[in-house]
Design a protein around this ligand. Structure first.
Ligand SMILES: [Fe+2]
Length: 299
């Protein structure tokens, strides 16, 4: 039996799933008193993973478009969790940090499921900011209720900020670390997805990737050549979308991420979608050079 009813969510424009209080009570009892380290941290992680899996499955739909996009985000969620742990291991983080980065990854896109079910799009600007919305869901579901307050706050902050254009000043060092890990792990997998599938802001399509055309926003190109992260408001064509995605390399936080993206050929896959054009070729070369020597620019 699914723990939450989402029958109202099968159609767009209707209400969110109703939280059943019994679910919250059972979960709270199950994790009460555990600390986030070692085996206990692992148990906590498994509990939260089960909750997330159950939450997501409630959004499975007979509607082909919805199902394809729910599955896209579900698989993305689990891959980002794997990428987060790999990054954390590479950085030599302890068990407690590894548990937290895993939980943040599992929860970072939790709002994507109701967003797609209700609105049939992943466009935040036409629906809701999915980082903020995710925090509301986590709190309503009580998923973190029995974790230490400090951990809870850090997880919620990282989920809320994972999709923001920049991070605000004033975050403590530990919170900043979690924000940086999820932003990089998320980007690794987004690069994987956009370089290999036909993805728009509305969702993923089974169609082969549509080649970009020569229509692009010159401001975006100037930003790319100036190592500036682009903004969704500058996107007016498919080429612009690819250029925006390429610009994400300028906001990477770890050298590890730049190396992974480069070694797996994600950027080459994305750049291959751009049309042949002398200006865009300049962009390609610029990005290759940047990734070849990102040390001075990435912490
Ligand atoms: Fe996200």
């Amino acid at each position: 039996m699914p723990e939450l009813s989402n029958t109202k969510c099968r159609e767009p424009g209707l209400t969110l799933p109703v939280v059943e209080s019994g679910v919250l009570i059972r979960y709270t009892r199950a994790v009460r008193g555990r600390v986030m380290a070692g085996d206990a941290g692992n148990r906590n992680y498994m509990d939260i993973k089960r909750r997330v899996e159950s939450f997501i499955r409630n959004y499975y739909s007979p509607d082909e478009f919805l199902q394809r996009n729910i599955r896209l985000k579900e698989e993305h969620t689990y891959r980002v969790a794997e990428e987060s742990v790999r990054l954390a291991e590479h950085e030599g983080y302890d068990d407690h940090r590894k548990a937290l980065v895993s939980i943040i990854a599992l929860l970072h896109d939790i709002a994507r499921f109701p967003q797609m079910a209700l609105y049939r799009t992943f466009m935040d600007r036409e629906t809701r900011d999915h980082g903020d919305w995710g925090c509301d869901i986590i709190l309503a579901e009580g998923i973190l209720d029995d974790l230490p307050r400090e951990d809870r706050t850090r997880i919620l902050t990282a989920v809320r900020l994972h999709n923001k254009f920049t991070l605000p000043d004033g975050l403590d060092d530990e919170t900043l670390l979690y924000c940086r890990v999820i932003r990089d792990a998320d980007k690794i997998d987004i690069f994987h997805v956009v370089s290999s599938m036909n993805v728009t802001e509305q969702g993923v399509s089974d169609e082969p990737p549509v080649p970009a055309d020569g229509d692009y926003n010159p401001q975006l190109v100037r930003n790319l050549l100036g190592n500036i992260n682009a903004d969704y408001r500058q996107v007016h064509s498919r080429t612009d979308l690819y250029l925006l995605q390429l610009s994400w390399i300028y906001s990477l936080n770890f050298l590890y991420t730049a190396r992974v993206i480069s070694e797996r050929g994600y950027l080459e896959g994305l750049m291959a979608k751009l049309p042949e054009d002398s200006v865009l070729n300049e962009v390609r070369e610029h990005i290759r050079t940047f990734l070849g020597d990102p040390v001075s620019r990435i912490r």
